[in-house]
Design a protein. Structure first.
Length: 242
């Protein structure tokens, strides 16, 4: 069956966002010059092995990032996607661990890499809101064990809510990747899944170079300019419900 012949029952929009969405809010990206991975080695702060080896260092790293994220404010791109999320047929998936989409008013954001404002107990799996710092001595609110860690998906761990994401990608009529490098799997493979199931695939990024030939369109420029314009176009051309 060709892409054009793929059956459609309703419009379905899946948006994947990466660090480029929050860069204009002052949050450092990972892979650009001066990004977080130039300041910290991945194996020291972003793996389960690093946490077992030096939990205090890992907690300090994420406490610093949590404080930075709390100071940042949603930008126009976050607010535009929040407007888009009010549609019932939209899924917003973010690789970012900040909560700027949520604070912009976005509905049902899927945090596939976890969230800085959540913690999880390595002993019992209890998840909870984190407003301040985490330390290795803090007891779990559920089981009481001092085994808390940031609710962050580290390298070598499975992203969260993957079944929901894959199901949505297979039903998508539009897939948009915004501000993401397209280098980290499984998110880097989302465009292939959406493309193979007949979706129009759009890449929105500051860098004008295409990251994959599977994208049908590429919109280049700052997220605060390109994303609101794209959302306005989607909302203006959206079919009305029968």
């Amino acid at each position: 069956m060709s892409r054009a012949d793929a059956p459609r029952t309703a419009t379905r929009i899946v948006v994947l966002t990466g660090a480029g969405l929050s860069a204009e809010s002052g949050l450092a990206t990972f892979r650009d010059s001066g990004g977080l991975w130039e300041q910290h080695a991945i194996e020291d702060v972003a793996t389960p092995q690093a946490f077992r080896r030096n939990p205090d260092l890992v907690q300090r790293f994420y406490n610093d990032r949590r404080r930075q994220a709390r100071k940042a404010q949603p930008n126009e791109a976050h607010r535009a996607l929040a407007r888009l999320s009010l549609r019932d047929d939209v899924m917003l998936v973010t690789q970012n661990v900040d909560d700027l989409l949520d604070r912009a008013g976005a509905r049902g954001v899927v945090h596939m890499h976890g969230a800085l404002n959540r913690g999880v107990c390595a002993n019992c799996g209890h998840r909870f809101q984190v407003d301040g710092d985490l330390t290795t001595d803090d007891p779990c609110p559920s089981c009481g064990q001092a085994s808390l860690r940031p609710d962050i998906v580290w390298f070598g761990e499975m992203p969260q809510q993957m079944d929901e994401i894959l199901h949505a990608l297979q039903a998508a009529s539009i897939f948009a990747a915004i501000g993401t490098s397209g280098e980290v799997y499984p998110a880097a493979g989302f465009v292939e899944i959406a493309h193979d199931h007949g979706a129009e695939c759009v890449e929105i990024n500051l860098d004008p170079r295409r990251s994959s030939p599977l994208f049908d369109r590429h919109l280049a420029g700052p997220a605060t300019m390109t994303v609101p314009a794209w959302v306005d176009d989607i909302l203006g051309s959206a079919p009305t419900e029968p």
